[in-house]
Design a binder for this molecule. Structure first.
Ligand code: PLP
Length: 396
């Protein structure tokens, strides 16, 4: 393999590049997870995650990828044959829907066009039709990583309440948390699912459930047969900072460091930084004359931008060119949009100069790969960065 000088640009929408501070924290020696010193690490992580989810209710941490926490969310509150409503925002909503069906849940899927977030109106309508209250939960993806669209979670909650329906609200915020505002308690979410490798700036390997008192109560007597994912098993040892089985010790060191970094910057500033980078990226894409996949104004993600390549061109060939010549990894198009889009990740520990490096690589890549486009995307992005400051966005 030929040597490539300089840092690789990992611009997929997660895993995101891990900051040096977090890498150093993770590199500390493994400790006895049942010994006296571990309690402080465990409690700091569990309490810290509550500040990130914005909840005073339970948070559980699993040593698994996000998919594990999806399963944990479903099996703790739903039984085989239960009905749920899910919304097709994109590839990840589709995978969660498939998982629910494999577990024997009757999972309805409200069709979406992959170009925006979940529609609260359509969800409310479906719940109003369910006069016998057979639907046990509404499941929505907060930040759909395959399309770059954000669902309006507070409005989904309102739609459930206005329908007078008791369904639980379950939200996948695997790629939203710590990048896009998320308020578990205020928005009345019942179960939230997240993962370590996106806005939390850690390597993959930890996943999370935030759980409302209502969902916790259901899990006490309900849900499916389960063992590894059982919230009740976690809850006891968690009270004193311990876990029922071996936790991801070193990732927890990293998590505590990442949470400290997020609070040092201030969550409103973190969200504004992501939003501003999303705006600048979309300005670049439009100046290139290309299409942003998300077309719902106000629902475009600050985490990533999915870009549609012109008909007759291959997004994957373009990504290969960008990788070969500029050492930049871009996200691929998933399932329905395979080879039709590429995704620019602008999440995590990321700044203006890194964004400009990324967008320059993309613009050079477009030229090298022969994708029809106009020049000036990088300039357009620079202008947005110049004109938009984080303080203005946090005040908005
Ligand atoms: N949900 C969303 C929105 C995701 O972005 C991902 C992964 O990218 C997943 C679920 C699945 O998580 P994991 O790959 O960590 O199992």
């Amino acid at each position: 393999m030929t040597h490539k000088a300089g840092r690789h640009f990992l611009q997929i929408p997660g895993p995101s590049a891990v900051p040096d501070r977090v890498l150093r924290a993770i590199s500390a020696q493994v400790m006895d997870h049942r010994g006296p010193d571990f309690a402080a690490v465990g409690l700091q992580a569990l309490e810290g995650m509550k500040t990130i989810f914005k909840t005073e209710q339970d948070v559980f941490i699993f040593p698994s990828s996000g998919t594990g926490a999806w399963e944990a969310a479903l099996v703790n509150v739903l039984s085989e044959g239960d009905r749920v409503v899910m919304y097709e925002t994109g590839h990840f909503a589709t995978l969660w829907n498939k998982m629910a069906k494999r577990l024997g849940i009757e999972a309805e899927f409200i069709e979406g066009d992959w170009r925006g977030g979940a529609d609260p109106e359509a969800i409310g309508q479906r719940l109003r039709e369910d006069t016998n209250h057979e639907i046990k939960a509404v499941c929505v993806v907060h930040n759909e990583t395959s399309t770059g669209s954000v669902s309006p979670i507070a409005e989904v909650r309102r739609a459930i309440d206005e329908a007078g329906h008791p369904a639980l609200l379950m939200v996948d915020t695997i790629s939203g948390l710590a990048s896009v505002d998320f308020r578990f308690d205020e928005w009345g979410v019942d179960v939230a699912v997240s993962g370590s490798q996106k806005g939390l700036m850690l390597p993959p390997g930890l996943s999370f459930n935030a759980v409302s008192a209502k969902a916790m109560k259901i899990s006490e007597t309900g849900g499916m047969r389960r063992s590894y994912w059982d919230w009740q098993d976690m809850r006891g040892p968690n009270q004193t900072g311990y876990f029922p089985y071996t936790p991801g010790t070193n990732l927890l060191y990293g998590l505590n460091e990442a949470i400290a970094m997020l609070h040092d910057e201030g969550l409103p500033n973190v969200f504004a930084r992501h939003q501003r980078h999303g705006q600048a990226t979309r300005a670049a894409v439009r100046a290139w004359g290309l299409d942003v996949l998300c077309r719902q104004q106000g629902q475009e993600s600050g985490v990533l931008t999915a870009v549609v390549v012109p008909e007759g061109h291959s997004a994957d060939a373009f990504r290969a060119t960008t990788m070969e010549h500029f050492d930049i990894s871009l996200g691929n198009g998933l399932s329905k949009v395979a080879d039709r889009v590429f995704r620019i990740g602008h999440l995590g520990d990321f700044n203006d100069a890194m964004l400009m490096g990324t967008l320059s690589g993309v613009e050079m890549g477009l030229k090298k790969a022969g994708i029809p486009h106009q020049k000036g995307g990088v300039d357009a992005a620079m202008q947005v960065l110049d004109e938009t400051d984080v303080a203005a966005l946090t005040a908005a």
